[in-house]
Design a protein around this ligand. Structure first.
Ligand code: PMP
Length: 669
C-alpha cells in the first residue's frame, strides 16, 4: 500500500468478514465492515463524493460553510472531510447525540446547532436557515445524496464476492435503496425499525421480526431496537465485529432470513458504523439496565483474587525477555527462538474473520500541522487506529495468541488474563471473542472508561487496579494478573512485557508496511514506548534495510524509559506509554534519540491533528507528532519522517476530546 496524500485517500474497499458462530444457519453471511473506514462509517465515502461533486460543479467554493442536517456518524464523516478539504461545517441536529459525538464534532471544528423541536423537522430548519437567510457562503447538502454512495458499496460487494444472493441494507434515509442504480440482481432487503415506538424505550410494544413470508414478498424487514442492540452486542462479543445498532439490526434480519435458505446461499450485510458513537448508549451495561432491555446479554461476574496468596506467585521479572532475539556479526538471526511470518502486503477483500482486518493500515502525509510549526520536512502518520480493534496492539495480541496456540500452551476453553494499559486488552479481547477463549483484562484506574467499554463489548471481563501501585506490588495490574492466574484453572498470562510475539509482530509486518509505502526512503521514525515492543520491532527491521535511519523513542515525563537510571516517577495523563521499569521486550539500544513528552504538548498536538488533518488519533499520537515536529525543525524539504499513531479517538471521547477536560487542566483548545 502506497502513501496516501491525505486521510480521505484511505477511504477505500472495506473488508467483507464472514460470520462463523451462527447456529441454525447453513448459508454464508458476510458483514461489509464500513465501520473500518478512517472516519468510522460508510458516510466517509458519501461525504467525500458529495463534497467533491459540489466543488466540481462550482456550488462549493473555498471558504464556504457546508451545512448538513444530521448528527452521529454522518456528521463525523462530513467533519473529517471538511477538515481535510478546508471547508467550514455546520451540523444542524436534534439532541440525540451523546457527549462523545458532540466532543468529537467540536474537536474537529464543526459548529453544532441543536434543534430541539421544529415544525417540519431538523432538515426543514437547516434548509430555511441557509436559503431564507440568504447566506451565499453556505451550502446545504441533502441527505438523499447519500443514495448514490450506497449503490457504489453494493457494487463493491458484488465485485468482491464470487456470488451474492441477497444484500441486507439498513435503511438510513427514506429514499435509500429505492431505485438504486447498481448491477446487483439478487434480493435487496431493506431493514427498518418499527415506526410507532418512542425512542429508545418500550421494547415490549415492538412487533416481532417479520416472518419469512413477509420478508420474501416485500423485501422489507422490521427489527426492534432491543433485538438490534442485543444482536450488535452479540456480534462484538462472539465475532469481534464492533458494529453499531443499525448493523446489528441488518445482521439480525439477515440471520433470520438465512435460517430458511440452503447452504449455497451467500448473503452480504451492509454495516454502516461501529460502536464509537454508542459507548454511552447500548454498549454500556448501565444504559441497558436503565432501559430494562432484558434480552441483551450482559457480561458475567468479575473474579476477585484472594486476599491471602502465596507470595511466590509474584516472583516474576518483567524486565527479561522470554526467548532470544539476537543477530550474529553477519546480521543473521542466529539466536531467534521463533520462525518469522511472511510479510502480507495488503488486506484480503474477503476475510475468514475480523482478525484478518488487523495490519496493512494507511500511511498518510501531513499537510497542515507541520507548516503551522514552520516545518519543511515531510511527515507521514502510520494510522494504527484503523486496525479492527482500534490500535497498534491488535497486531501483538493476534501474534501472541498464535504463538501460544502453536506452542500448545493456549488451548480451547482456556482463559487469557493480561495486565495492560488497555489497548493490548482490547486486542486480546478481540482475538478471544473470535477464537472462543475467555478473557480477563486487568488495567489501572487511570485508563479511560471508553477502553473498558470496548473490552466489555468484546465479551471480556475488566478489573481495575490503583494507579500508584508499583509494578511489583500485589495490587498492581501485573500483581493482580499473576494472582488470578494462580487461582483460575486453565488460565494464561501471555505477557506483553516479555513475549517475543510483541516485537516480532512489528518486525515482521508493521515495519515492512512502512518501508513498502515509503519505498525504503525514511530518515526518522518516531515511536512512543510503553512496553517498547513497537519501537523494538520497527527499529530492528528498519535499521536492517536503512542503517542511517534514526529511531526516535518518545517517553512521557514521569516515566523512566528514556533514562532507566532515574527513579523519579509521577502521574501523567497520556495513556499507554511510559513505565516504572524497562520491559524485557524493549531493546533499549535500538533507540538513537529519546524525546521526553508532556501532557500539554501531547493533547494539544493530538487535537491539532484531528482538527486540521482529519486524523482521528489518540493522545500518545500527539506525543509522537510533537516529538516529530521538534526533530523536523530546521530539516530540509526532502527529509522524510514517519510517526506512529498507536490508537484513536474512540478511546478518549470524554477525556482530551472534551473542551472542559482540557480547560480544567489549563490546556489550549
Ligand atoms: N500508545 C498507546 C495509546 C498504547 O496503548 C501503547 C501500548 N501500551 C503505546 C503507545 C506504546 O506501544 P508499545 O507497548 O509497543 O511500546
Amino acid at each position: 500500500m502506497k502513501v496516501s496524500n491525505n486521510i480521505l485517500e484511505a477511504i477505500e474497499k472495506s473488508p467483507l468478514v464472514k460470520l462463523n458462530k451462527l447456529e441454525g444457519v447453513k448459508a454464508s453471511i458476510y458483514a461489509k465492515c464500513e465501520y473500518l473506514n478512517p472516519g468510522g462509517s460508510a458516510f466517509d465515502r458519501a461525504a467525500l463524493k458529495v463534497l467533491q461533486k459540489a466543488a466540481q460543479t462550482g456550488r462549493l467554493r473555498e471558504g464556504m460553510t457546508v451545512v448538513i442536517a444530521r448528527g452521529g456518524s454522518y456528521a463525523v464523516s462530513f467533519a473529517m472531510a471538511c477538515a481535510v478539504l478546508k471547508y467550514k461545517l455546520m451540523v444542524v441536529t436534534d439532541d440525540k447525540d451523546g457527549a462523545g459525538v458532540v466532543n468529537l464534532l467540536s474537536t474537529m471544528g464543526a459548529e453544532l446547532v441543536r434543534v430541539r423541536q421544529h415544525e417540519g423537522g431538523v432538515r426543514h430548519f437547516a434548509i430555511q436557515y441557509v436559503h431564507e437567510d440568504g447566506h451565499k457562503d453556505r451550502l446545504y447538502i441533502d441527505e438523499a445524496e447519500y443514495d448514490t454512495c450506497v449503490a457504489s458499496i453494493l457494487d463493491e460487494i458484488v465485485d468482491t464476492l464470487p456470488k451474492v444472493d441477497a444484500i441486507f441494507v439498513p435503511m438510513i434515509h427514506e429514499d435509500t435503496t429505492k431505485a438504486l442504480p447498481h448491477k446487483f440482481t439478487g434480493k435487496l432487503m431493506r431493514v427498518t425499525r418499527p415506526k410507532d415506538i418512542n425512542y429508545p424505550r418500550a421494547p415490549t410494544a415492538v412487533p416481532d421480526l417479520a416472518t419469512q413470508e413477509e420478508l420474501g414478498c416485500d423485501s422489507e424487514c422490521i427489527v426492534s431496537d432491543e433485538d438490534a442492540y442485543a444482536f450488535s452486542r452479540w456480534l462484538s462479543a462472539h465475532e469481534g465485529l464492533m458494529v453499531g445498532a443499525s448493523s446489528g439490526a441488518a445482521l439480525k434480519a439477515a440471520v433470520e432470513w438465512a435460517k430458511y435458505q440452503p447452504a449455497e446461499t451467500t448473503i452480504a450485510v451492509l454495516c454502516i458504523d461501529g460502536i464509537r458513537n454508542y459507548l454511552d448508549h447500548f454498549v454500556d451495561n448501565a444504559w441497558i439496565k436503565e432501559y430494562r432491555l432484558r434480552h441483551v446479554e450482559l457480561n458475567g461476574e468479575k473474579p476477585k483474587p484472594n486476599e491471602t496468596y502465596d507470595p511466590a506467585v509474584l516472583k516474576y521479572d518483567p524486565t527479561t525477555l522470554a526467548g532470544d532475539w539476537e543477530k550474529d556479526d553477519k546480521g543473521h538471526w542466529s539466536k531467534c527462538s521463533y520462525t518469522f511470518k511472511p510479510y502480507r502486503n495488503e488486506r484480503p477483500g474477503v476475510m475468514g474473520n475480523v482478525l484478518d482486518a488487523v495490519g496493512n493500515t494507511p500511511l498518510v502525509r501531513l499537510n497542515t500541522v507541520p507548516a503551522m510549526h514552520g516545518v519543511e520536512a515531510q511527515i507521514f502518520v502510520k494510522c494504527e487506529y484503523m486496525n479492527s480493534g482500534g490500535s497498534i496492539k491488535d497486531r501483538i495480541a493476534c501474534r501472541m495468541v498464535e504463538l501460544a496456540e502453536t506452542a500448545g500452551i493456549l488451548k480451547p476453553g482456556m482463559t487469557i488474563i493480561e495486565p495492560t494499559s488497555g489497548n493490548t486488552g482490547i486486542g486480546l479481547a478481540l482475538a478471544a471473542a473470535v477464537k472462543g477463549y475467555k478473557c480477563i483484562i486487568v488495567m489501572p484506574e487511570k485508563m479511560s472508561k471508553e477502553k473498558a467499554l470496548a473490552i466489555e463489548a468484546l465479551g471480556a471481563t475488566i478489573i481495575r487496579t490503583p494507579n500508584d501501585a508499583a509494578f511489583d506490588s500485589p495490587l498492581s495490574h501485573i500483581g493482580v494478573s499473576l494472582r488470578l492466574q494462580s487461582e483460575i484453572p486453565g488460565s494464561i498470562v501471555l505477557d506483553q512485557y516479555r513475549n517475543m510475539g510483541n516485537p516480532m509482530a512489528h518486525y515482521e509486518q508493521t515495519a515492512e508496511e512502512i518501508l513498502d509505502a515509503m519505498d525504503d526512503k525514511i530518515d526518522y521514525v518516531i515511536v512512543g514506548t510503553g512496553t517498547g515492543g513497537s519501537a523494538t520491532g520497527i527499529a530492528m527491521k528498519i535499521k536492517e534495510r536503512i542503517p542511517t535511519c534514526q529511531i526516535v523513542g518518545v517517553d512521557p515525563e514521569g516515566s523512566i524509559l528514556a533514562d532507566p537510571t532515574q527513579t523519579d516517577t509521577h502521574f501523567y495523563e497520556v495513556e499507554g506509554v511510559g513505565y516504572d521499569f524497562v520491559p524485557g521486550v524493549l531493546k533499549w539500544n535500538v533507540i538513537d534519540i529519546w524525546q521526553k513528552s508532556t501532557d500539554r504538548e501531547s493533547f494539544e498536538t493530538a487535537r491539532a491533528l484531528i482538527q486540521h488533518e482529519g486524523l482521528l488519533v489518540g493522545g500518545s499520537t500527539g506525543s509522537n507528532a510533537y516529538a516529530a515536529i521538534q526533530v523536523a525543525k530546521g530539516l530540509p524539504k526532502d527529509k522524510r519522517i514517519v510517526v506512529v499513531a498507536p490508537d484513536g479517538v474512540r478511546n478518549y471521547l470524554t477525556k482530551f476530546l472534551s473542551d472542559d477536560w482540557m480547560f480544567i487542566r489549563g490546556y489550549h483548545l
